[in-house]
Design a protein around this ligand. Structure first.
Ligand SMILES: Cc1cc2nc3c(=O)[nH]c(=O)nc-3n(C[C@H](O)[C@H](O)[C@H](O)COP(=O)(O)O)c2cc1C
Length: 236
């Protein structure tokens, strides 16, 4: 049954709120609040290569799609806390202007998690952890074979954010590779894909319950959209 949207939006809310001023926040507190508040986050399991062709893999959840024409993804990569060094993924993207975003799934969660370990730049995570790879079509970085969705990207822009700890890497998706089990040629089936999401701290989540509501504005292609007149009254 649908909730009454007026009641859900809530003039009856009795929560008490704590105010945390954002402007002067130290990086640790800001991080803790952001990763707790912005949940669940999809995980880009990114593969890159260095100048010698060594393959690097690491997960990044400060990630989303940001444009559709052409398709573009963005990922925020921080400097390494403590040393302030650039992470291998950042270095490789800046060097080669290419990367692959593999979507991390529940069955790959443990191995994906292990690729977040700090390996030296001379160590290939994929070799050390025995991750199977497939060649890409347009970029040198390979794809992770067991990920059902792999997106080959060419770097579009690097944007340094704020005080310089975080950098946004925006890439154009030049090829999507979609496993038959998740893609019927028209739509990607999230339930079949079983993506894993990042929460705050050491927590991950699966998809959980999936809800359906008809789209209220026509999206590109019209998928899932029904004119408002043909929808049932949400408060009835
Ligand atoms: C699930 C998960 C998500 C992460 N998301 C990010 C992120 O969005 N940005 C970031 O800078 N580091 C993130 N990290 C940490 C990096 O994966 C970690 O620093 C890794 O060692 C980087 O590897 P690299 O030096 O091979 O690039 C995340 C770690 C995990 C486990």
């Amino acid at each position: 049954m649908m909730n009454d949207p007026k009641q859900a939006a809530g003039s009856t809310n009795k929560d008490r709120f704590q105010l945390v001023d954002g402007e002067a926040l130290d990086t640790e507190t800001a991080y803790r609040l952001l990763v707790g508040c912005v949940v669940p986050r999809p995980i880009a399991w990114i593969t890159t290569v260095d100048e010698q062709g060594r393959v690097n893999a690491a997960p990044f959840s400060s990630f989303n799609y940001v444009a559709t024409s052409p398709p573009m993804l963005a990922v925020n990569i921080a400097l390494r806390p403590g040393s302030g060094n650039v992470k291998d993924t950042s270095r490789n993207i800046a060097l080669t202007r290419e990367f692959v975003v593999n979507i991390a799934t529940e069955d790959q969660m443990d191995v994906m998690h292990r690729t977040a370990q700090e390996f030296g730049p001379e160590v290939s995570e994929t070799e050390a952890l025995g991750i199977d790879l497939l060649p890409s079509k347009h970029v040198r970085a390979p794809r992770i074979a067991n990920s059902p969705v792999q997106m080959e990207c060419k770097l579009d822009q690097i944007v340094t954010l704020g005080r310089g700890i975080n950098t946004l890497y925006i890439g154009e998706v030049v090829a999507f590779h979609l496993a038959d089990r998740v893609y019927d040629g028209h739509r990607v089936n999230s339930e079949a894909m079983r993506p894993v999401a990042r929460l705050g701290g050491p927590f991950y989540a699966g998809l959980g319950e999936i809800f359906h509501r008809p789209m209220l504005q026509k999206p590109p292609g019209g998928e899932g959209w029904a004119p408002i007149s043909s929808q049932s009254n949400p408060s009835s």
